[in-house]
Write a protein that binds this ligand. Structure first.
Ligand code: NAD
Length: 498
């Protein structure tokens, strides 16, 4: 069976740790094994990154950016291979895999601007013959720990920017779908990245703990579920590391009575069922303001859910593939059982879906609940599956209160033709990313991505301008070069221009 190996100091190696099965979720079969790093293997990667740092730190930003230009070309050239690898291990459709890769490439494009984004600020004559400037310096060895649901895009949120900022990076991808992540990293080596600047080490808790505890690792970027985000944030910051930990979500879409319903339904279909609901920005709750819009939504959306084209992700022209693992499928079905037991109205039931020819795949069909209330677990918890819940409320204020009371605050959106309602929503909703008639308001690469409340631990958002701040340390330099040597008497009052 193929083993997905680590990439340490530019070489593939199995290391000395354990291994785990990697599945094809469309067939349910274990198709590969992935090496799981022990502490000794992780230390090899840390040593490699540390040894590469002095030279990389002093490489001109324009040269670092040139590697990223070549990387972008290679990513585009190998789009089909990467999309197939994603789909084979994650289960998402080929078109969806291409979409995630393209959004990842946008982060590489942003990193290509390294000389511009690292310029700092300069002031001449802040005092007599004194100039001052700020320098954005790299941190050193930094690490990223990424989730299964975007094996290409989320790592690309992190390491291109960290690396052009002059850092050396250790990536610990999800062990559930590691092949596309490894393949992409190999393309960066092919683009000319020196050995050790990027190392990819697969693993589970043991590997992550080794990164948290290593004094050489100065910063950690994490994306994944909230309990692990909280763990990494608290353990990392306790050790004096800079940590940015993005967690889970429960994203609400508000449907106002004046919404353009046909377009809102199309938007909800893609946002709730795309990628089988395994997106941190997936819409999983439709909050309908008034029974009239709720009834109209149910009438229009039910036939579309029943018509979803579901099958092996690697086939083209589908709407939805399977969930990532058998455990994920069982968890989603368990939530649907709980929704029924807790009294929600199950309008479309995806539990019994069987895909002909792929009977052992990890499939759950599109599911819709109506009349969901805030105490139900299908409302409180992140299900991470193709389940949309309708909650009925009486006013925009009640809809906003519901959203603001939820523990997560990643994304949200409002469907309306009313500018006043949209403005109030944008101003007062306690969520990090907001869409107005846009269901998945994922910021483009030159803005930054991040939720509020228990969807993000840390001060800065991911990628874009906040990413530059996260991966650099600011140094303020004040310099005097008197025009000719002259003696100045000691000055005991605090220096000022007064
Ligand atoms: P996960 O938390 O299970 O795993 C994420 C990473 O943490 C993986 O690399 C995994 O190996 C590692 N990990 C798992 N258990 C660990 C432990 N006990 N100690 C240390 N490390 C551990 O998440 P997942 O299932 O891969 O991804 C889905 C979750 O990620 C969802 O909650 C989703 O909302 C979230 N997510 C959030 C964002 C965001 O931007 N906020 C983006 C994508 C995914």
């Amino acid at each position: 069976m193929t083993i997905v190996n680590h990439l340490i100091h530019g070489e593939l190696t199995a290391g000395t740790g354990r291994s785990a099965d990697v599945f094809n979720p469309s067939t349910g079969a274990a198709t590969k094994k992935v090496a799981l790093a022990d502490r000794a293997t992780m230390q090899l990667a840390i040593d490699s990154a540390k040894s590469a740092f002095p030279a990389w730190r002093n490489t001109p930003p324009a040269k670092r950016a040139q590697v990223m230009f070549r990387f972008k070309q290679l990513l585009e050239q190998h789009e089909a291979t990467i999309a197939k690898l994603i789909s084979e291990e994650h289960g998402k459709t080929i078109e969806d895999a291409v979409g995630e890769l393209k959004r990842g490439i946008e982060n590489v494009e942003f990193a290509c601007a390294a000389p511009e984004i690292l310029k700092g600020e300069y002031s001449r004559n802040v005092g007599p013959n004194i100039d001052a400037w700020s320098d954005l310096q790299p941190i050193g060895v930094v690490a990223g720990i990424t989730p299964f649901n975007f094996p290409a895009m989320v790592p690309l949120w992190m390491y291109p920017l960290a690396i052009v900022c002059g850092n050396c990076f250790i990536l610990k991808p999800s062990e559930r779908d590691p092949s596309s992540t490894l393949y992409i990293a190999q393309l960066l080596i092919e683009a000319g990245l020196p050995k050790g600047v990027l190392n990819v080490v697969h693993g589970d808790k043991e590997a992550v703990d080794a990164l948290i505890e290593a004094p050489e690792v100065k910063a950690l970027s994490f994306v994944g579920s909230t309990p692990i985000a909280e763990y990494i944030y608290s353990e990392g910051t306790k050790r004096g590391k800079r940590v940015q930990a993005l967690g889970g979500a429960k994203n609400h879409a508000v449907l106002m009575p004046d919404a353009d319903l046909d377009n809102a339904v199309s938007a909800l279909m893609g946002a709730a069922y795309g990628s089988c609901g395994e997106r941190c920005m997936a819409i999983s709750v439709a909050v309908c303001v008034g029974d009239q819009i709720a009834d109209a939504l149910v009438e229009k959306i039910v036939p579309q859910i029943k018509a979803l084209k579901i099958g092996a992700g690697t086939s083209c022209g589908l709407d939805m593939g399977p969930l990532v693992t058998g455990a994920a499928r069982d968890k989603v079905k368990g939530y649907i059982d709980a929704g029924v037991a807790q009294g929600a109205s199950l309008v479309v039931d995806g539990r019994d879906l069987v895909v002909a020819g792929n009977e052992n795949g990890f499939f759950v069909g599109g599911t819709l609940f109506d009349k969901v209330t805030p105490e139900m677990t299908i409302y409180t918890d992140e299900i991470f599956g193709p389940v949309l819940c309708i909650v009925r409320v009486g006013s925009l204020e009640a809809a906003m209160q519901l959203i603001n009371d939820h523990e997560y605050g990643n994304g949200t959106c409002i469907f309306t033709r009313d500018g006043e309602a949209a403005r109030l929503f944008c101003d007062e909703i306690e969520v990090g990313m907001v869409g107005v008639n846009v269901p998945l308001p994922v910021p483009v690469s030159y803005h930054s991505f991040g939720g509020w409340k228990r969807s993000l631990f840390g001060d800065l958002h991911a990628y874009g301008p906040d990413g530059v701040r996260f991966y650099t340390r600011k140094k303020a330099i004040t310099q005097r070069w008197p025009q000719r040597a002259s003696h100045e008497a000691a000055q005991f009052a605090f220096p000022s221009n007064g």
